[in-house]
Design a binder for this molecule. Structure first.
Ligand SMILES: *[C@@H]1O[C@H](CO)[C@@H](O)[C@H](O)[C@H]1NC(C)=O
Ligand SMILES: *[C@@H]1O[C@H](CO)[C@@H](O)[C@H](O)[C@H]1NC(C)=O
Ligand SMILES: *[C@@H]1O[C@H](CO)[C@@H](O)[C@H](O)[C@H]1NC(C)=O
Length: 410
C-alpha cells in the first residue's frame, strides 16, 4: 500500500500540469477581517518579453500593488491584500494584461479563467479548525476500514458483513477514484470544468486522489477477505451434517443465520442495481466517446453514482444485522470512526459558514451535506443495534473462547 501511494505521489508530481499559467499562492486564501496577508503571483511559462498585469477586485478587499510586471528572470511578485468586509469568496481578477513593447501580442493566458480567491473571515482560529476538521474526517474515513479487516481476520469469518455492502463500497470508490484521477490529471477535463463552472477552483486536490485510491484498494481487500472466509465456510458446511455445522457456528459465536446460506452472496436487488449502474456507465462512456456529450459530464455522472451508492450501501447491512438479531462480526469501531468522519465533515461546513457569515455554501453543497447526514444517521442505527437491541449477543466470555478454540480445529 505504502509503495503504491509513493508511486502515485511521484507520478502526480511529474504528470500534474496545470491549465492555468498564472498561479496565485495560496489559492484560495483566508484573511481575518481588517487584517492583511501577502500572496504570491507566479507565471509558470517562459516569458520572452516582460508581462504587465493589472488587477481589480470588489470592495470587500483592497490590495497593493495593483499592477505588477513579470520578466523571464523574475516570474514572481507579491501582493499585499487587506480584508475589509466578510465574504466567502472575493475574486482578485486580471483586468489588463500585455506584453511590454509588443502591442500586437495577445495576453498569453485566458484572463477569465485566471483569478485568486480570497475569503474574508471572522477568526483565524476558525480557519485553522476548518483545516483540522478536514484532516480529521479524511483520517477517520480512511482508518475506518481497518477495524473491520482485523475483526474479520480475528473471527476467521465474514458472517458479520453483508456482501451487498462490500460490493457497493468497491463500486463507489472505483467511481470516485476515476472521477478524482480524471479531474486531477487531465488538463482537458480541468478546462471543461472551468468553462462550465465560471469563478470556481478545480474541486479535486492530490489528497482526494490518494484518499480514493486507498479506499478502493482497502475495499477490494475486504471483499476478497470476506469471499475467502465465506467460501471456506461453505466448503466446510457441505462436508459436515447441518447439525454439526450449526454447532461449529455457534461455538464461534456466529449465529447460524439464513442470509448467507441461501446460495447467493449478494441480494438480487443489489445485483440488478449494480448491473444498472454498469449499463449506465457503459452507455454514458460510449456517448462521451462519440462526442454526444463531454467527458466532464461522464465523470460528473460517476460522482453522482458514488453519492447514490453511499446513500444506499448501509441499508443492506442494517437489514442484515436485523435479520441476524446481532451485530457480531460487524465492527463497532468502524461505525464510530465513520461517525467521526461524517460529523466532522458536517462540522467543517458549519465552521466555514459561520466564519464567513455565508450559509449558501452549506445549503448549496447538498452532496457533501447529504452524505454526511446519511452516514451519521446509519451509524446511529448501528450504534443502537449494537449497544441496545442486540446487546445480549455481544459478550464472548472466557469459557466460550475455549470452545471457539476447539471450533477452529475442525
Ligand atoms: C500590508 O498592508 C497593510 C495595510 O496597508 C500594512 O499595515 C501591512 O504592514 C502590509 N504588510 C506587508 C507585509 O507589507
Ligand atoms: C509580438 O507578438 C507576436 C505575436 O505573439 C509575435 O509573433 C512577435 O514575434 C512579437 N514581437 C516581438 C518583438 O517580440
Ligand atoms: C476563456 O475562457 C472563457 C470561459 O471559459 C471562454 O468562454 C473563452 O472562450 C476563453 N477564451 C479564450 C481566448 O480561450
Amino acid at each position: 500500500m505504502y509503495r503504491v501511494l509513493c508511486l502515485t505521489l511521484i507520478l502526480a508530481t511529474c504528470v500534474k500540469s496545470s491549465v492555468l499559467h498564472l498561479e496565485f499562492d495560496p489559492n484560495p486564501t483566508a484573511i481575518v477581517i481588517h487584517g492583511s496577508k501577502v500572496i504570491t503571483v507566479t507565471y509558470t511559462q517562459p516569458l520572452p518579453t516582460p508581462l504587465n498585469l493589472k488587477f481589480n477586485s470588489t470592495p470587500q478587499i483592497s490590495f497593493d500593488p495593483t499592477e505588477i510586471t513579470l520578466k523571464d528572470d523574475l516570474k514572481e511578485a507579491v501582493i499585499n491584500i487587506t480584508a475589509k468586509k466578510l465574504s466567502s469568496a472575493v475574486f482578485l481578477e486580471v483586468t489588463d494584461c500585455n506584453l511590454v513593447g509588443n502591442d500586437s501580442a495577445a495576453c498569453p493566458f485566458n484572463k477569465s479563467l485566471t483569478f485568486g480567491v480570497v475569503q474574508v473571515v471572522h477568526s483565524q482560529i476558525l480557519s485553522y479548525l476548518v483545516v483540522v476538521t478536514g484532516w480529521i474526517y479524511v483520517a477517520a474515513w480512511s482508518a475506518c476500514f481497518y477495524p473491520q479487516i482485523l475483526l474479520i481476520y480475528e473471527h476467521k469469518s465474514a458472517q458479520g458483513c453483508h456482501f451487498d455492502f462490500l460490493v457497493l463500497n468497491v463500486l463507489g470508490y472505483a467511481c470516485y477514484l476515476i472521477y478524482n484521477v480524471m479531474m486531477y490529471f487531465s488538463e482537458d477535463m480541468q478546462n471543461l470544468y472551468l468553462e462550465s463552472h465560471p469563478k470556481s477552483l478545480i474541486p479535486v486536490l492530490l489528497n482526494d486522489v490518494l484518499f480514493s485510491l486507498h479506499g478502493l484498494f482497502i475495499c477490494i481487500f475486504t471483499l476478497l477477505q470476506c469471499l475467502y472466509y465465506e467460501l471456506h465456510r461453505r466448503n466446510r458446511a457441505s462436508k459436515v451434517s447441518p447439525e454439526e455445522h450449526k454447532k461449529e457456528m455457534e461455538a464461534k459465536q456466529m449465529p447460524h443465520h439464513p442470509v448467507h446460506d441461501d446460495g447467493h452472496l449478494m441480494s438480487y436487488t443489489c445485483m440488478v442495481f449494480c448491473s444498472l449502474i454498469g449499463i449506465f456507465v457503459i452507455i454514458t462512456a460510449s456517448l462521451s466517446m462519440m462526442g454526444v456529450f463531454t467527458w466532464l459530464r461522464f465523470i460528473d455522472n460517476l460522482a453522482l453514482i458514488k453519492m447514490i451508492i453511499t446513500a444506499c450501501k448501509y441499508y443492506p447491512q442494517a437489514v442484515h444485522n436485523y435479520k441476524r438479531k446481532s451485530t457480531l462480526g460487524w465492527s463497532i469501531a468502524r461505525v464510530w470512526l465513520d461517525f467521526i468522519g461524517g460529523s466532522m465533515s458536517i462540522a467543517q461546513m458549519i465552521l466555514q459558514a459561520v466564519n464567513t457569515d455565508d450559509w449558501s455554501g452549506f445549503i448549496g453543497n447538498k452532496g457533501k451535506l447529504g452524505i454526511g447526514l446519511l452516514s451519521v444517521g446509519f451509524d446511529i442505527v448501528f450504534v443502537v443495534q449494537h449497544y441496545l437491541l442486540y446487546y445480549h449477543q455481544k459478550p464472548i466470555d472466557e469459557e466460550e473462547e475455549e470452545t471457539v478454540e476447539k471450533g477452529k480445529k475442525y
